[in-house]
Design a protein around this ligand. Structure first.
Ligand code: ATP
Length: 459
């Protein structure tokens, strides 16, 4: 199947109410995006699927919703204030700005990522390989300097440095600082996990590629606390667990790959990191990062706050700082992968084409559409059926235009089932249900409709 281009995806998302440019009537704000009625439904459904898999399915899993604004000391302890930065480099000729590591990654077609390299090593590689500016083609770059990604703001009425706070750069720290609260209040036993879905903010040097890299985005993070020595086993477990989740969401296996970080790419405290990459319209890119973070986070917070964050094993009486496995996925990047993977421009038997979003039914924005065949005769019954279905599912209602066109619109927004109300409905209390993917139609009794659809849209 041919890949959709990013430009086409951006247009389709706007046209059908998935995603609009942010602040559009004011000429936009660069790289900000607003989720429309269908996009916000899709996003919520993806979050619900993740929540089901990472919280509900595990009895030793807990969800948290921590504040975005945190005591600035959190970010000092975690190392974000001193080193949450990207290497910035400018072209002296055309003034374009780049992330030095991404410049190398693109130039080497992914063979080198520049991850974990210091400024010297990055600069040397760029010089030795004569990497040109992707925009003007010249090779006249500035030196590399580190640019901190944390957004700063002020709390309270005066804008002095004492009141400086940060918009969180990741959701993980809210979990680490609440480790003891959750463990004690939930009487949790190691190993256990804490999940959090929420916004994170990074003043990215080169945002772009639609919602792939933005300065405001949502993360779905899971911190799994385990006994030291068992961490590598759990690390492997989560690599597989995350991969399975993506496949169960309907993402095609051939568009996914694992990229294990080389030892020199790892941050000093990590024992292992693997990215799950997706084949986006512009090529493979990181979708999900899975890292063995050892006891680094709890140790730095314990040292910096002066609070004991060790776990006391009630069975063995052993006291230790748990190790952490962190699978962290961007909700927006996952949504983009789902959109790209689901799209098909299909040629039908009669030679005509249709656009379809083959979303897994459980994450489709609308589960079902109610379509009266002829408004004049079937509207009343259709509304009755809409009222019945909408108590159970997100239901679309469409009575305008010919039935063929209405089916096409539901296809492109990914509604898995269309229910048509016609004379048979009035006479026999049956409806036809059309399947989005096969386009086959079956006759179902109105009394059995809710159960029929319920069975098909479960995750
Ligand atoms: P990258 O190398 O692409 O900048 P990262 O390694 O810094 O990403 P992490 O800090 O591991 O990313 O964040 C976890 C996940 O959050 C990523 O796998 C990605 O899905 C998502 N993510 C990170 N930065 C952004 C962003 N600017 N916009 C959208 N999603 C993001």
């Amino acid at each position: 199947m041919e890949k959709i281009t990013m430009e086409k995806m951006v247009n389709l998302c706007k046209q059908y109410g998935f995603i609009y440019q942010g602040s559009e009537i004011y000429d936009g704000l660069a790289n900000t995006w607003d989720y429309g009625p269908l996009g916000s439904r899709l996003k919520n459904n993806i979050k619900d699927a993740w929540r089901k898999r990472f919280v509900q399915d595990n009895k030793n899993s807990y969800e948290l919703d921590a504040a975005i604004l945190m005591n600035p000391e959190v970010w000092v302890a975690s190392g974000h204030v001193s080193s949450f930065s990207d290497p910035l480099i400018d072209c002296k000729e055309c003034k374009s700005r780049y992330r030095a590591d991404k410049l190398i990654e693109e130039f080497s077609e992914g063979k080198e990522t520049g991850d974990g390299w210091d400024n010297e090593k990055l600069k040397k590689y760029i010089r030795e390989n004569n990497i040109p500016c992707p925009k003007c083609g010249k090779t006249n770059f500035t030196s590399i300097r580190q640019f901190n990604l944390l957004f700063e703001t002020h709390m309270g009425v005066t804008e002095d440095t004492k009141n400086k706070v940060y918009l969180r750069g990741e959701t993980a720290q809210g979990i680490f600082v609440n480790f003891m609260n959750v463990q004690r209040s939930m009487r949790a036993k190691v190993p256990f996990g804490i999940a959090q879905i929420g916004k994170a903010f990074r003043n990215e040097i080169t945002p772009g590629n639609f919602i792939f890299r933005t300065r405001e985005f949502e993360q779905m993070e899971y911190e799994f606390f385990c006994k030291p020595g068992t961490d590598l086993e759990w690390f492997k477990y989560f690599e597989e667990y995350c991969m399975r989740f993506l496949k169960d969401l309907g993402i095609k296996e051939e568009n996914l790959r694992l990229r294990k970080h080389k030892p020199e790419e790892l941050v000093f405290y990590s024992k292992g990191t693997t990215d799950i990459e997706y084949n986006y319209p512009n090529g493979f890119g990181e979708l999900w990062g899975i890292a063995d973070r050892t006891d680094y986070d709890l140790t730095v917070h314990s040292n910096h706050s002066g609070k004991d964050l060790k776990y006391l094993d009630p069975e063995t009486n052993e006291k230790y700082t748990p190790y952490v496995i962190e699978p962290s996925v961007g909700c927006d990047r996952l949504l983009l992968a789902v959109l790209c993977d689901s799209y098909e421009e299909e040629t039908l038997e009669d030679g005509s084409t249709r656009e379809v979003m083959h979303f897994l039914p459980s994450i489709a924005p609308y589960k079902v559409a109610v379509l009266p065949l002829m408004k004049k005769y079937h509207q009343e019954k259709a509304e009755e059926i809409y009222n019945m279905l909408s108590k159970e599912f997100m239901t679309s209602y469409d009575e305008t235009g010919n039935i063929g066109k209405r089916y096409r619109r539901q296809d492109v927004i990914g509604t898995p089932y269309c229910v048509t109300i016609d004379e048979e409905t009035l006479n026999n209390n049956t409806v036809t249900v059309r399947d989005r993917d096969t386009m086959e139609q079956v006759t179902i009794k109105v009394d059995e409709l809710v159960d029929y659809i319920k069975e098909k849209v479960r995750f």
